[in-house]
Design a protein around this ligand. Structure first.
Ligand SMILES: Cc1cc2nc3c(=O)[nH]c(=O)nc-3n(C[C@H](O)[C@H](O)[C@H](O)COP(=O)(O)O)c2cc1C
Length: 253
């Protein structure tokens, strides 16, 4: 089980709903998930999570400043553990190549600006929240909708989010966090291997001690300087098995 932070910001609620859906999918897989707006997360808390997802809508061709500032502040933490970014926009709701490349471009801008390269990125189709817009925004979106989705009835809102895609993104990220966790946390097999390695280390240490003692006996008790040769060794000048002096010649030599 990994502890996972979902840090997001949202103007009209859609990114918030996406964050909740990701939270539910990760929780269902047994992870401990904390979901919060970036402004409500203490800086110190961010480093305590095993993995982090960050989410932002696109507003006027950019991510919300609070999210960008969060990423800038926590770039190192985000880069040192599994991380993902989910971007919610209308560009991802329309089937035009130009819109798709614009959506990719906003993420590229974030990466260039902050230096954070998320392990996974989701391009999530957002919503048109006519009922929350001021008159000018409503008029602009009616025009945009007339040219794209055709959803121009401003008495209601329209949601374009593909919830199955959001779920799949969450599941994929969970798998990434689980793989990383498996690498970090030793398994039972790892622990058994570590015990065997420690046992082998002790045996090698004992064998070396016995070898050294036998060497001292065959030297007739040694010279007290700590050097010694193993039984049957050839003490040639360049053999590398010799006295300390031969390995590190003194100035007099
Ligand atoms: C003022 C405003 C500007 C927007 N600008 C863009 C934009 O530049 N590109 C885009 O793809 N979507 C744009 N959108 C659409 C939002 O990204 C979309 O409605 C999203 O679902 C909003 O997420 P939120 O409800 O979490 O705030 C804009 C929406 C608003 C209200």
């Amino acid at each position: 089980m990994a502890s996972i932070l979902i840090a997001f910001e949202s103007d009209t609620g859609q990114t918030s709903r996406v964050a909740e859906q990701i939270d539910a999918a990760l929780t269902e897989r047994g992870h401990e998930v904390t979901t919060n707006r970036v402004g409500e997360i203490s800086d110190a808390a961010v480093t305590t999570f095993d993995a982090v997802l960050v989410g932002s809508p696109v507003v006027n061709r950019a991510h919300l400043p609070a999210v960008v500032a969060f990423v800038e502040r926590h770039r190192e933490t985000l880069s040192s553990r599994p991380s993902a970014f989910f971007q919610v926009s209308m560009a991802s709701a329309v089937p035009f190549a130009a819109a798709r490349s614009a959506a990719v471009g906003w993420v590229d801008d974030l990466v260039d600006r902050t230096g954070w390269e998320p392990d996974r990125v989701a391009f999530v189709a957002g919503s048109i929240a006519y009922t929350q817009y001021d008159p000018i925004t409503r008029a602009v979106f009616k025009l945009v909708a007339a040219l794209t989705t055709g959803d121009t009835d401003a008495s209601r809102d329209y949601e374009y989010t593909d919830w199955d895609e959001v779920e799949a993104f969450a599941v994929e990220f969970a798998a990434l966090a689980e793989r990383r966790e498996a690498k970090v946390a030793p398994t039972r097999t790892d622990r058994r291997r570590a015990r065997v390695a420690a046992g082998v280390g002790v045996l090698i240490g004992l064998a070396t001690l016995v070898y050294w003692l036998l060497g001292r006996r065959s030297d007739g008790g040694g010279d007290g300087g700590g050097g010694g040769r193993g039984p049957g060794s050839d003490p040639g000048p360049n053999s590398g098995v010799g006295t300390r002096e031969r390995i590190a010649p003194t100035r007099a030599e």
